[in-house]
Design a protein around this ligand. Sequence first.
Ligand code: S3P
Length: 185
Amino acid sequence: MTGEFTDRGPSAVLIGFMGAGKSTVGRILADRLGVDFVDTDSEIVRTTGRSIPDIFTSDGPQHFREIERDVVLDVLRTHRGVVALGGGAVMTPAVESALAGHRVIYLRIDADAGFARVADSDRPLIAGDDPHARYAELLAARDDTYVRASVFVVDAGAGEPDTVADVILTRLAHALTGERVGERP
Ligand code: S3P
């Protein structure tokens, strides 16, 4: 994808796997750009009044994905600031399609570094006997989709969140002037 973006919608959309730092980096990025930040997981919790593990366990993953799809499509239509998507949102075809034309950035993390950040969390998808293996397996299965849905890829393990946000700002500036945006790995 080259630097042709929609005038409507968010300034930037961060995608990537659990633990990549989408929310932390997204808040910093929003601050630097002087815009609001929205995390779609938080929007799901706010609009349903329920926790994500509760939706997963009581209603099942498919219902969670439907709620998530509706929340993400709404945020993409209405929000002008920075958005962080839940790690699995892009796997829903309607979400991947809706991302076309947006400034989508893939925060890529490797399995060891990413897992270390979420090992103690209550993420339902890595609950079970071997969460590290499950994490690595899901990440590998999704990487191609993250790359395909994004305008460029940033190494989220390469520095502190501030540094990652700086890299994104520089890359975005290039993207917005219509230059070819980085090499796809
Ligand atoms: C999920 C990632 C989580 C959350 C849910 C499912 C996934 O969001 O939406 O637990 O499928 O990767 P984060 O990426 O913000 O952890």
